[in-house]
Design a binder for this molecule. Structure first.
Ligand code: ADP
Ligand code: MG
Length: 574
C-alpha cells in the first residue's frame, strides 16, 4: 500500500520536486531528471543513468560525487522519454563523451537508444552499457537478455570513477562492460507492490510463499516455494549465485568480491541483517574475501517485500572503483571533499521545430486530425483500466496509464498547434513529441515515432491524400520496427501496424478516398489485434511471461486498433 500521494498522476513529478528540495546542496533539477550540483572537469567523460521512478534510491539518489553525473527520471515504473534523457545528457555534457548506463528493460533500451541517436546527430559521442545482472531472468547463454537490478550500482560506480579520473570514453566503456560481466544478482519476493492510487497490488505472491527470481515489477521468476527461514533464504541465494561464478574467475578460492544485500521496500533492515549474518558466514566458508559489503535499500519497488543478493567478482581495477569514495543523497562511502563550485547554468540546446503557419488546406486537415486525436483520447480514457489489466497479465500493468498520459499530452499540444494555425504536419509532430515525452515507456516512444512520421508525410502545405497517409503510416512502421526490433508475430503493436499499413497502401492505390481506405484498413487492424491472443510474446517486458499471455490479446495491439477505429469514425464524419 502506498499511503501518501496527491493526484497519483503527478506522483513522480512531485517526488522529484521534493527530492531536489531536500538535497539542494548536492543535486540540481533539469527537465527530465537531476544532475550533480558540483562542477565536472571540462573535457571529461560523464555518466548518465536513469529509469522509471518508484525504485528510489535508483536512480536520482545515485547522482553526486563519485557516482552518476545525471539521472533521467521517468514516470512511476515507466522509462524516461528520449527527450528527458537528452535534456539530462546535454545538461551534464562536458565535451569528453557520455556513457549511458541503465538496467535492461525494453522501454529504457528504446528510449536511451533514441536519445543516443539524437545526441550523436548533434556530434556528441555517446556509448551505452546496459546492465544485465539478474541471473533469474534468462540463462547465462543469453546474458544480454537478463534484466538489470541491484547489480547496476557496482557498474555505475565503475563507470563514474573511471570517468572522473579522466579516462577516455573507450576506457570508461570497457571498464563498465567488464563490471557488468562480473556482477550477478538474484532476488526473491514475498509480496508485490501497490502503486500510488491503485486499490490493489500490481502483482501478488500467495501468503506464506516466496518467489525465487521475481522481477522488481512482478516479472515472473524461476519457481515458488514455501517461504524459508532467514538462514534458509541465505542458503538459497548464496548457492544459486555461487553456481554461476563468471568464467573470468579462474580460481574462486580467495577471490575478492563486493556484496550487496538489497531490500526491495517492505523488508526491514533488521531482517536484512539477520539474513546477512548467514550470507557472510557462507561466503567466508567458501574462501571468498568480502570487500566493503553493503546491506541497504538501493533498488526498491515501493512496498514490495523482497530482497536481492548481488556478488561482484572484482579484479584490481574494479576493486579500486568499488572502494572509491562517493557522496550522493542516497549513497555515501569514504570521504570525498565537497566542492563549492556549482555546475554553470546548463547550455541546453533543445531540438527546435521550424514552426510556420500551415496553408489553408493543411489547416483544415489539422481541424480533422485534432478531432480524431480527441476521439482517440476519449476511447483510451474509457478503456484505460482494461488495457492495464491486459498488460498486467504478461507485462507490467501500466499500458492503460501510459497511453492515457501520452494521448492526453498529445491532445493538449495539438490544441495549441491548432490555435496557432499550424498545418497538419506540425500539429502531428508536436503531438508526437508531447506523447513520447509524457508517456515514457515502450509504447510512448513508439507512438511518438508514429505521429511524427505521419506529420512528416503530410507536411503543412498540401491537403492530405489517401496515398500520402499510406506513405506516412508505412514510414511509421519502418521506424517502429527499426527502433523496437519487433517482427510480425512477436505479439506487439507491430502485428496491427503492419497489416494496417499494407491495407491502407492497397486501398489508396485502388483510388479509395481517405475515409474509404481507412475504413477498409480498420477492419484488418481489428482482426489483427484480436488475433494477437494466439501469439506468444517474443520481445519486450512480456517475454518472460510468455505462456501466461496465450489467449489474451496484446495490450499495445488492442489500444492501436481502438485508436485506428476512433480516428476512422471521426474522419468519416467530415
Ligand atoms: P512498457 O512495455 O514499457 O511497460 P507499455 O505497457 O505502455 O510499455 O506498452 C506495452 C506494449 O508496447 C506492448 O503490448 C506492445 O504492443 C508494445 N511493445 C513493446 N515492445 C515493443 C517493441 N519492441 N516493438 C513494438 N511494440 C512493442
Ligand atoms: Mg507496460
Amino acid at each position: 500500500m502506498t499511503y501518501l500521494f496527491n493526484n497519483p498522476e503527478n506522483f513522480a513529478d512531485e517526488l522529484i520536486e521534493g527530492y531536489v528540495a531536500a538535497h539542494r546542496n548536492l543535486v540540481h533539477p533539469v527537465e527530465g531528471g537531476v544532475i550533480r550540483k558540483h562542477k565536472v572537469k571540462l573535457g571529461q567523460v560523464v555518466l548518465v543513468i536513469g529509469g522509471g521512478s518508484g525504485h528510489y534510491p535508483a536512480f536520482g539518489g545515485f547522482v553526486g560525487s563519485g557516482l552518476a553525473h545525471g539521472a533521467a527520471m521517468g514516470n512511476v515504473f515507466a522509462a524516461p522519454s528520449a527527450q528527458q534523457i537528452c535534456n539530462v545528457a546535454q545538461a551534464v555534457d562536458a565535451g569528453g563523451g557520455i556513457l549511458f548506463c541503465y538496467g535492461n528493460y525494453a522501454g529504457d533500451v528504446l528510449n536511451f537508444n533514441q536519445a543516443q541517436e539524437r545526441l550523436c546527430a548533434m556530434g556528441i559521442d555517446v556509448r551505452t552499457v546496459v546492465v544485465t545482472d539478474d541471473i533469474a531472468s534468462a540463462p547465462l547463454t543469453e546474458k544480454h537478455k537478463r534484466r538489470g537490478i541491484a547489480g547496476t550500482l557496482p557498474v555505475f560506480k565503475a563507470a563514474a570513477v573511471a570517468a572522473d579520473s579522466g579516462k577516455s570514453l573507450d576506457d570508461v566503456f570497457r571498464i563498465a562492460t567488464d563490471a557488468n560481466d562480473r556482477v550477478r544478482t538474484l532476488g526473491v519476493a514475498f509480496s508485490g507492490c501497490t502503486l500510488p492510487g491503485a486499490n490493489k497490488p500490481l502483482f501478488e505472491v500467495a501468503n506464506g510463499k516466496m518467489e525465487v527470481g521475481m522481477g522488481i515489477h512482478g516479472e515472473p521468476g524461476l519457481y515458488r516455494i514455501d517461504a524459508p527461514t532467514a538462514d534458509g533464504l541465505a542458503d538459497i541465494l548464496v548457492n544459486k549465485l555461487l553456481a554461476e561464478i563468471p568464467s573470468t574467475i579462474v580460481n574462486p578460492d580467495g577471490a575478492r568480491i563486493g556484496v550487496i544485500l538489497n531490500g526491495l521496500g517492505a523488508v526491514k533492515y533488521e531482517e536484512l541483517f539477520v539474513v546477512y549474518r548467514r550470507i557472510d558466514r557462507l561466503l567466508l566458508e567458501r574462501g571468498l574475501i568480502i570487500i566493503e559489503p553493503i546491506v541497504d535499500e538501493l533498488f526498491t519497488s515501493f512496498d514490495m517485500a523482497g530482497i536481492s543478493l548481488t556478488l561482484f567478482w572484482m579484479n584490481e581495477e574494479l576493486e579500486q572503483t568499488w572502494v572509491a569514495a562517493a557522496d550522493t543523497p542516497a549513497f555515501h562511502t569514504g570521504n570525498i571533499a565537497r566542492s563549492n563550485e556549482d555546475t554553470p547554468a546548463s547550455s541546453r540546446i533543445k531540438d527546435k521545430y521550424t514552426l510556420k503557419m500551415g496553408s489553408v488546406d493543411s489547416q483544415s486537415a489539422a481541424v480533422i486530425v485534432f478531432a480524431a486525436l480527441k476521439a482517440a483520447c476519449k476511447v483510451i480514457n474509457k478503456k484505460s483500466e482494461e488495457l492495464g489489466r491486459l498488460d498486467a497479465i504478461a507485462g507490467d500493468g501500466d499500458h492503460g496509464i501510459g497511453m492515457q498520459r501520452g494521448i492526453t499530452a498529445a491532445v493538449v499540444a495539438a490544441q495549441e498547434a491548432l490555435d496557432a494555425k499550424y498545418g497538419v504536419g506540425t500539429l502531428l509532430t508536436v503531438a508526437g513529441d508531447a506523447w513520447s515525452d509524457r508517456a515514457g515507456g515502450t509504447s510512448g516512444a513508439l507512438w511518438g515515432v508514429i505521429l511524427r512520421n505521419l506529420g512528416n508525410a503530410l507536411g503543412d502545405e498540401a491537403a492530405p491524400q489517401a496515398s500520402t497517409i499510406a506513405v506516412g503510416i508505412a514510414s511509421a512502421l519502418h521506424d517502429v520496427t527499426n527502433l523496437g526490433k519487433a517482427q510480425l508475430g512477436d505479439k506487439t503493436l507491430v502485428d496491427v501496424l503492419l497489416p494496417f499499413s499494407a491495407a491502407l497502401a492497397t486501398a489508396a492505390s485502388q483510388g479509395l478516398s481517405i475515409a474509404g481506405s481507412w475504413a477498409v484498413a480498420t477492419d484488418i487492424a481489428n482482426e489483427a489485434a484480436q488475433s494477437t491472443k494466439n501469439l506468444l510474446p517474443k520481445i519486450g517486458r512480456a517475454r518472460p511471461h510468455a505462456e501466461q499471455s496465450l489467449g489474451t490479446p496484446d495490450p499495445g495491439a488492442i489500444s492501436m486498433a481502438l485508436i485506428i477505429c476512433a480516428i476512422g469514425k471521426t474522419i468519416s464524419r467530415f
